[in-house]
Design a protein around this ligand. Structure first.
Ligand code: HAM
Length: 419
């Protein structure tokens, strides 16, 4: 029986990897422009980190984590997201002593045991960032603008930004009581998840995947209408800052986000092209998370974008991705002697940054030409005993058949400046 890739995983093949490189490199460039530096965190962490960080009542922690005991008897979990790991690292390395805001970005794989469908995998990739130490709404607007600049640089024509505020522990406490009073007469008719959330985290009943479309959920009071004055001011200030930047948004009072750590600002970039998994990117503020993971009280904010979903969206919008031609020139050797010359020239070309190929399969001349044609190599040089004797070769441009005579001794320099 042949072995196939595990359910929910995907090979990224050479014919698509250049799209990934483009998205990853553009994201890194944009983050650097905003003063963010890259952090690399472990693929697996102590399970407690996610229980405390992401939250015990979330689907991610309750149903979706890849958790196992290692050979030393420790409970280990493959990261289901990046925020908790970055927060752990921030605390462990005393980054609170650095001058703020501490701004970190990441390019990671993440793992969730979810039902596979378009845009939803068990191993997926996130490009994200986290910023620590800034309380004001300026940074909320700035991280949203990181995404806006990224989408524009990638050539996306449209994508919808939805924002909301889910308040602070003070206003949420009063709101949770109100929500419980509202749901109490209906809770027995609701799904098991909602019945559990009713006690532990009633806010999450609002975005239930099972009951979310019922009138009783749709008509529930929304936190955005019951914010305390400080949270209201923060949200109003975020809106005016986005207006100032010319970034369009809608207010969606139903965004509560699936992870427990959020406070105040939450946002998502959504699309209609990625099937039911329309959220390309999600994030928000988490002013209590650093403390709940054992660090000093520190405000934080961040987001993560699913790379698979972003690329599906880019494809749906017809964004052209050009495959770079790494191989600039094919050198065909016509004799054993010439093949040695070709091998040395290839070595020197590569040392000088020129991508090139030679025959490694013992192909005859015609077969070599066919191979170079199939690979669309833009330039060709044929070297036989005559060329070695004269010390001169023809560099042929395949696009129009034009040829330039170049001395073998000057070929590397010529290719470096002209190809
Ligand atoms: P999240 O909304 O759980 O947030 O995930 C962020 C993004 O990851 C989603 O919008 C989606 O594009 C992608 N994603 C999530 N699950 C899957 C999946 N099973 N398959 C494919 N893509 C998926 C977080 O992870 C937070 N850590 C974001 C954040 C950072 N908040 C503050 N800082």
């Amino acid at each position: 029986m042949s072995i196939t890739a595990p359910k929910g995983t995907k090979d990224i093949l050479p014919e698509e990897i250049f799209r990934w490189h483009k998205a990853q490199q553009t994201f890194a460039d944009v983050c650097h422009m905003f003063g963010y530096e890259e952090i690399r965190i472990p693929t697996f962490e102590d399970t407690n980190l996610f229980q405390r960080g992401v939250g015990d009542t979330t689907d991610v922690v309750q149903k979706e984590m890849y958790t196992f005991e290692d050979k030393g008897g420790r409970s280990i979990t493959l990261r289901p997201e990046g925020t908790a790991g970055v927060v752990r690292s921030y605390i462990e390395h005393g980054m609170g002593n650095l001058s703020g805001p501490v701004r970190l970005f990441y390019d990671i794989t993440a793992f969730r045991y979810e039902k596979q469908q378009k845009g939803r995998y068990r191993e997926f990739h996130q490009l994200g960032l986290e910023a620590f130490g800034a309380t004001g709404p300026e940074i909320d607007a700035e991280i949203i603008s990181v995404l806006d600049v990224f989408f524009k640089k990638m050539g996306l024509k449209s994508i919808k930004l939805c924002i909301n505020s889910i308040g602070c522990p003070t206003c949420r406490k009063a709101y949770n009581e109100m929500l419980k009073d509202y749901f109490r007469p209906h809770v027995d008719t609701m799904c098991e998840d909602c019945r559990n959330r009713f006690e532990k985290n009633p806010l999450r009943m609002i975005d239930c995947k099972i009951d979310g479309e019922k009138d009783v959920v749709k008509n529930a009071p929304r936190l955005i209408d019951h914010l305390c004055d400080d949270c209201k001011d923060h949200f109003e200030a975020l809106k005016s800052r986005l207006d100032n930047l010319g970034i369009a948004y809608s207010i969606d009072p139903n965004i509560v986000r699936g992870l427990d750590y959020y406070t105040r600002t939450v946002f998502e970039f959504v699309s209609e092209n990625v099937g039911t998994q329309g959220t390309i990117c999600g994030g928000g503020r988490y002013d209590g998370l650093v403390e709940s993971v054992g660090g000093p009280s520190t405000p934080g904010i961040g987001f993560a974008m699913g790379v698979e979903r972003f690329l599906l969206e880019a494809e749906a919008q017809g964004i052209p991705f050009e495959k770079p031609d790494y191989t600039k020139i094919y050198l065909a050797g016509m004799s054993d002697n010439a093949k040695d010359v070709v091998a040395k020239l290839c070595y020197d070309l590569r040392l000088n940054g020129v991508g090139c190929e030679q025959d490694l399969m013992g192909r005859a001349f015609r077969a070599q030409m066919k191979y170079a044609g199939k690979k669309n190599v833009p330039y060709l040089v044929v070297i036989g005993d005559d060329e070695i004797a004269s010390g001169v070769v023809n560099v042929k441009k395949m696009e129009d058949g034009s040829q330039t005579e170049v001395k073998i001794s000057e070929l590397v320099e010529y290719c470096k400046t002209n190809l």
